[in-house]
Ligand binder design. Structure first.
Ligand SMILES: [Zn+2]
Length: 306
């Protein structure tokens, strides 16, 4: 782990901070002795929210190497009993969710993308099996994915970076950037030849009623959490209910570094792409009413300005 003192999107040093702690399940997977205290930061310049604790490459490998596998599920379920096997196995594979996501991606692209791009080659970067690519999009469909899942019908799986050099008319980057420790570096170094890029991130910006933090205890272990699991589960449940149902975090609710390290606004997602050298053509927030309630996403369409 490491800590940052500047905005990971725009590099501003003017940040507000709130006290936070890493989830015990993340601490266990990363093999830390206890959850670690950190801060949730908000940039005064671009509005980006992010945890000042970032995961290094080895820790990212541990978390995402066997993502949603048996060990991951067992560890997470022990610390989040409401994270059930059905939730774990259903994420990304529920036909209703797939249809919903394909639908709003298609609507957005039909509004903003030149029609001729629809018949080109499309790549979903980090897109699991490629199941989220709308059928109407791309005469050729590809997914870049390091896990060895069989791709969806009509989708070819690419596994090595060299194969990304063939060039694509459209690259989809959906629900990837919120997990990245270094989103700006990732975009700068994303060596994919693409005409257009569609990016999508969840909109997760609860109102924070908590007091600001000075960051003095940053990096200290929260050793009480493993010793008082029932108390932690109660606090975490209370925090999760307020965040999910009411969109706010009351003073006693812990802010937990979970999986997402970045919480983009429309402004901060746009800033990230502009700073990384893209020309942003459209950026919208949208509410998504799915089986699990209403959530939000930020959608962006950009082209390489080079
Ligand atoms: Zn910023």
């Amino acid at each position: 782990m490491y800590f940052v003192d500047r905005c990971v999107v725009c590099d501003s040093g003017t940040l507000a901070r709130w006290p936070a702690v890493t989830s015990p399940f993340v601490a266990e997977i990363a093999q830390w002795p206890a959850p670690v205290r950190c801060c949730l930061a908000e940039c005064a310049t671009c509005g980006h929210r992010f945890f000042d604790l970032r995961l290094d490459d080895a820790e990212m490998g541990k978390l995402y190497g066997r993502y949603r596998g048996d060990d991951y599920f067992a560890t997470r379920h022990r610390w989040e009993p409401w994270y059930t096997r059905a939730v774990n196995d259903g994420i990304g594979h529920d036909p209703a969710e797939i249809a919903l996501r394909r639908g709003y991606v298609l609507d957005f692209l039909r509004k903003h993308l030149p029609p001729k791009v629809f018949s080109g080659a499309v790549l979903d970067y980090g897109g699991d099996k490629g199941q989220f690519i709308p059928p109407e999009l791309g005469a050729e469909k590809y997914v870049y994915e390091v896990s060895d899942q069989p791709p969806a019908e009509g989708v070819a799986r690419l596994t090595d970076k060299e194969s990304l050099q063939r060039g694509f008319d459209l690259v989809m980057l959906c629900h990837v950037l919120e997990h990245m420790s270094e989103p700006y570096k990732f975009l700068r170094e994303l060596n994919v030849r693409a005409g257009w890029m569609y990016a999508e991130v969840p909109l997760e910006r609860p109102r924070l009623l908590k007091l600001h933090a000075d960051g003095a205890s940053r990096g200290a272990p929260a050793a009480w959490i493993p010793r008082a699991r029932p108390l932690w589960l109660g606090l975490d449940f209370y925090s999760t209910i307020f965040r999910v149902k009411l969109g706010l975090l009351p003073p006693l609710a812990p802010i937990k570094l979970h999986e997402h390290l970045n919480f983009f606004s429309r402004a901060s997602l746009r800033k990230l792409f502009e700073r990384a050298g893209f020309s942003v053509e459209a950026c919208e927030e949208g509410a998504v009413a799915g089986a699990s309630g209403i959530s939000g996403v930020v959608k962006l369409l950009a082209r390489s300005s080079a």
